[in-house]
Each structure stands twice: as C-alpha cells, then as structure tokens.
Design a protein around this ligand. Sequence first.
Ligand code: MGD
Ligand code: MGD
Ligand code: SF4
Ligand code: MO
Length: 694
Amino acid sequence: MTSEFVSSACPHDCPSTCALEVERLDDYTIGKVRGAADNDYTLGVICDKVARYRERIHHPERLSHPLKRSGPKGSGRFEPISWDEALDEVAAAFKAAADEFGAEAVWPFHYAGTMGLVQRDGIHRFRHALGYSGLDETICVTLARMGWYAGVGKLWGTDARDMAQSDLIVIWGTNPVSTQVNVMTHVTKARKERGAKVVCVDPYRTGTAKAADIHLAVRPGTDGALACGVMHVLFREGFADRDYMARFTDDPERLEKHLETRTPAWAADITGLAEEDIVAFARLYGQTERSYIRVGYGFSRSRNGAANVHAVTCLPAVTGTWQHPGGGALYVQADLYNIDQTVIKGLDVVDPEVRILDMSRIGAVLTGDKGALKGGPPVKAMLIQNQNPAMVAPDSVKVLQGLKREDLFICVHEQFMTETAELADIVLPATMFLEHDDMYKGSGHPYLQVTKKVIEAPAECRSNHEVHCALAERLGAEHPGFAMSAWELMDQSLKASGLPGADDALKARWIDCSKSSDEMNFLNGFGHADGRFRFAPDWRALGQAHGTAWQAMPALPDHLDNIDAADKDHPFRLVTAPARRFLNSTFTETETSRTKEGRPTAFINPADCEALGLSDGERVRIGNRQGDVVVHVKPYEGQQPGVVVIESIWPNKAFVEGLGINALTSADSAPPAGGAVFHDTAVWLRAEPSGEGM
Ligand SMILES: Nc1nc2c(c(=O)[nH]1)N[C@H]1C(S)=C(S)[C@@H](COP(=O)(O)OP(=O)(O)OC[C@H]3O[C@@H](n4cnc5c(=O)[nH]c(N)nc54)[C@H](O)[C@@H]3O)O[C@H]1N2
Ligand SMILES: Nc1nc2c(c(=O)[nH]1)N[C@H]1C(S)=C(S)[C@@H](COP(=O)(O)OP(=O)(O)OC[C@H]3O[C@@H](n4cnc5c(=O)[nH]c(N)nc54)[C@H](O)[C@@H]3O)O[C@H]1N2
Ligand code: SF4
Ligand SMILES: [Mo]
C-alpha cells in the first residue's frame, strides 16, 4: 500500500477544531499530520503537538487491553481480563449500587477529551436511559457563556475570517499562540494587509502578549474594572455612538450615568495598570471603527468571571464597531450549529427529577458533602470517559480523597494510564479519533466536519459508543440509539437538522454553517427578544435554575468585588494558565511535549523574587488554606508584582512532592450559575530548601 493523505478533523478541546490531513502509511499506521491548506480558517496551520500526533497514537504506553485492579486501590497493580469479563464486572457493580442506593448512586463522569458529538455525548443517552445522576458541565465554559449571553444573547460573533479587514485586534484573556494558534494566522494577515495594531490583555507576558503591540498586564480578576474605565473615556471623549446605542441597546443613558464614577483612575487602582495606559487604550479603541475583540476563556475563570466577560462585551455595543467590516467581537460560534442531538443524547428519555451534580465539585460530591449531593444518595459507582479529574478538577486534595474511597467502584475508559485510571477498579482501552467515526463543530470558526476512521484500532481498543452500547445491553437500557452505528447516529442527526447526510458531509469535508454577515454582527438585532444588547442583563433569568447566586451580579457592567483577593497571609494571586505543548492533561504522556515544557515552574516577578530571596531554578513552596505544592522558580518580567503564574496542567507526579496545581485552586461555584475559578486563587510563597543534589 502506498501512503496517502486522508481528511480528518482535530478532536481535541480547542476552539480551533483544525481541518486535518493525515498521512496513512498502512491500515494500522499514520505518518505526518498537517493542516488542510484549502480550509480558509485552518489555512494549513496546526499546533506542533498535533503535528506530532504519530507520537501519541503509536505510543508504546497506550492502553491496549481491559484491566482489572489486582492490588489495593491506587497501587498501580492491574491484570489483563477479557472485554466480556470487564463489562460484566462494570454492569454488576452498577446494578449493585443502583439496587442498594437507587439509580442516582451511579454517576457517569465525562467531559471533552474528544469533542466529537457522538463519542463525547453518547454517555448522556446512557445515563438518561438508566436514570443515573446527571453532570452539570461547569468546568470550562459556564462563566464565559453566561457573560456573553447576558449582553449579546446568542453565542456567535463576527466571523474570524473577517479579522483580515480589521485595523485593531484586541486579544482579551486568551493566549492563542498556545491555545488556538489559528487566531494568530488571521491576526498576522490583518497586520500584513492593513497594518492592524494588536492589543493583548493578560496578567502575564504570554507568547501572544510578546507578539502584540500593546500588552495590558492586568491584575487577575479585574477586567470588569478595565472595561468600565475604558467606557468612561469612550463616553467622556465623544467616542460613544449614540445613534447606534439608541437603535441597538437597552439603556445607554443609565450606563453613562453609572460610568461617571468608573474613571480611569478608579480602574487603575483596581487593575494595577497606569491611568494613562487605560486612557491611551480607550482612545485607540474609540478611534478605530474596525476593531475586533477576540474574547477568550482566561478572564472568565474567576468568581467575577461572568461579570467581567459581560463588561468586555459592552465595548463594541458602546462604539458600534459591530457595524463595520472587521469590527465587533467573537467568543464562540456555538449557536450557529443547530444540530438535533435527540437520539445521540437520548433527550427523549430525560427524567427531569433526576439530580444533576456539579462536575467542578467532584471532590465535595465524592467525600459526601450533603449540599453537593443535593440531598440524594452517595455516589457509589462511576464510569469516567473523556476526563482526567485526578489532575484537572479543582481542590484536588479532596478529589483524590474521594476517588480513593474503598467503597466507590470506578471504571475508567481511557487511552492512557492517567492518574485517574490508576485509581480505577476496571480500566478499558479507548480508540483515538483516527480510529472511529465522528463529527465536530468549530468554535472559533463556523465549519461542521464529519470524519471517518483512518486506521484500524490497535489491539483491543474500543470506542466510547461501543462501550455505551455494550453496557446498555447488560444493564437492560433501551433506546434506539444503542442499536445504531456511530455513522448512523451522525447521518440521522444531520438529516434531522436539515443538513446533508453523513456521506455527503464527508465528501464535502466541511460545511459552512455561518449566517449572513449582518446576522453574525447582529445588525438585524441582538439575541434577546427585543433585539437589544443589554447593558443591564437579566441575571435572574440566567441563574435562577441554580439557586440565588445570581443576586450577587452587578446591575450594570462593573468590578464585582468577590474574588479571592490577596491579603496579609496570602499576598500573591495565582494564575494557572495553559501550557503550550499540553492540552489540558492530554499530551503530558508524550515525551517531546514533556521535554519542551521542562517541569512545573512558577513565573514570579523579579522584584518579588528579590524580596523573597528566590533565584532562578530554586524551589518555592506555594500554598493556601487548601494545601501547598513545591515547584521551581523562574523570575519573569512583564507581570505585576504579586502575580504568580504556573503553566499547567502537569500530572501530580511531576511536582516535587507529588501534589499538583489543583490542590490550590478552589471548587467554589461562581455566580450566576456555577463555573470553575482556576485563575482566582490567593496564595503565600516561601523559599524552600532544595533537595539533596538538586
Ligand atoms: N489548573 C487548571 N486546571 C484546569 C484548567 C486550567 O486552566 N487550569 N482548565 C480546565 C479546563 S478549561 C478543562 S476543559 C478541563 C479539561 O480537562 P480534561 O477534560 O481532563 O482534559 P483533556 O486532557 O482534554 O481530556 C481528558 C482525557 O480524555 C481522554 N480521551 C480523549 N479522547 C477520548 C476518547 O475518544 N475516549 C475516551 N474514553 N477518552 C478519551 C484523554 O486521553 C484525556 O486523558 O481542565 C480544567 N482544569
Ligand atoms: N496548548 C493548549 N491549548 C489549549 C488548552 C491547553 O491546556 N493547552 N486548553 C484548551 C481548552 S480546554 C480551552 S477551554 C481553551 C482555553 O483557552 P483560552 O481562551 O486561551 O483560556 P485560558 O486557557 O483559561 O487562559 C488564557 C489566558 O488568560 C489569562 N488570564 C487568566 N486570568 C485572567 C484575567 O483575570 N484577566 C485576563 N485578561 N486574562 C487572564 C491567562 O494568563 C492565559 O494566558 O484552550 C484550549 N487549548
Ligand atoms: S490548534 Fe487546536 S484544533 Fe488545531 S490541531 Fe492544535 S489542538 Fe487541534
Ligand atoms: Mo476547556
């Protein structure tokens, strides 16, 4: 067989969802992976971790056979068993838990290891059909979504391809050089073709900040104040577009009045930026009609994250940049896709009475916190797919304590022996995206992509869908979806959504789901019933299903002062930004990613290093009320004193004392509707004597 390039799409949890071309060397082996040059979003560019996918898919440590624990929990001792034996054991454990404690004692736990709509979401059908506990998927998008919905009302925005027509691009709270490389491709185009200026708002000097013309190094959790200070100048200096606001927004007069006290000096005090830098940025933004804000996730991962995202979305509504080519803003294009997932997710058999547990509070749930359990039974059995909570979930001391419970049965379906899999009773080997069929929605772009498997799965690996069907059969779960293949599920869903079927979609390689540019830029009205952008959001409507936390939200854009502020005992603010060569916990298993990342490292302002007597390469202990971890020091320019950054997510084992970064992050649930607060942590720092020989 001669090698050939086959179309595919990147399945990882990354807004870029790159269109890929994968070299198939034979039925079992891939060669090179490259970006599709003729996809006008991907434009042939992908990140280096996926370009090296051969290293991950043909990794010698890939799980290949079902395993059963043969030593004490967490001992790492397993023995191979057959698929039938493994599935029987899982089914028996689920049945026993449900018989004794009720079906809600079983908690399928999952997220977005693959973003494929079949292999990611079929687990919903599995749990709905059996009445198992649900999962409130708060670990990533909740806060940013709430903030965007609050003002804009629909999850879409100016097409990223329009950036080529922008004169100013503001990259706000995202680090695309690491986390979504294609944004930089389009930024570079705008720079080359129009001399566009680039501003980056980020607490530390990321790769993106280095590439920008202006870097605004805010204190973490203060973007709402920056946005208000900027808007104050926009109104004061005549940059506010009053005609636009009268047509497209709810209450500009009330906003203007409210902003009178949110001066640049007020914002400078909160953000730690210089007042003149805030004014200069406001003028640049106000003077530039074609200005595009790329809204990221980073600044939403705080207790006040939803308020901050809403405040930033107010900027283009004040100046009306939505009206100009290359103007407006984008967070995600999620609402462009209207895919009917009824059969995939089993939405026709949902019992609304079944409890839904907050995934970000898995530590509290598994250690028996009554509130976290919603007054229901303890969790006694879990199927974990597409997630690695032992590393990624906040408050990991508690998470690990819970996962290690002797009376908790855990089945982990994985590609590698992750730190979560190590704590399992049964480990099942999973396929990778090139070994199964699926479909993917873009987040940073409007393309839907259907992919077919490129090579055969190695050894005994099976897909998520196969596992759902096999367990459903043993547990007596009934739903038509369990009798369908992944391809049939896709075909049915696409056709039910008025889209071409799976075969046609595959042939087309990608389907553009964008709307007219007027609609994308809300020139026919915003996403609320009255078509108006909301400076004064209806937070109650967004949050009331989750209790009363929404009451904390500010009536108008503001600095919501509810963060884990630095204090005498915890004088530093910690940001756990993503590492470039890892994708969450994925790729921590590949040698080249680990080598390039080095080791868990604290980036600390040189003035703080001096004050604490810390030098490059020495150890520092970082802690708070939840725990403490030891990492190595790197003096780093370009962040404010009092800010510490540890790029993540490393395995716990990679840390000096075997406890990872999420020992420090909090599982507090942020208003108005929950969400994890990974970048909102006050900590203390202490020089740590080096170990022998280090
Ligand atoms: N400190 C800190 N913690 C964080 C964050 C942070 O910024 N800082 N970010 C948070 C965010 S935004 C997220 S989304 C979470 C993500 O955390 P995770 O969801 O755990 O992250 P991933 O590494 O994307 O995927 C998890 C696992 O899915 C597996 N997997 C991939 N494809 C398949 C498949 O087809 N089948 C099966 N069965 N398994 C598969 C992978 O091998 C991987 O181990 O982490 C959060 N944790
Ligand atoms: N290489 C790589 N790529 C990834 C991931 C990864 O782990 N590694 N994770 C993937 C996932 S699951 C997701 S959700 C996306 C997320 O991608 P992004 O939208 O980029 O969001 P974050 O990764 O949380 O953080 C981005 C930046 O926000 C900054 N930040 C933190 N706090 C604040 C703040 O208060 N204000 C401001 N202005 N900035 C702040 C951080 O310093 C960081 O540089 O990336 C995906 N892509
Ligand atoms: S940039 Fe994101 S979508 Fe593109 S190949 Fe890398 S991980 Fe995948
Ligand atoms: Mo995420």
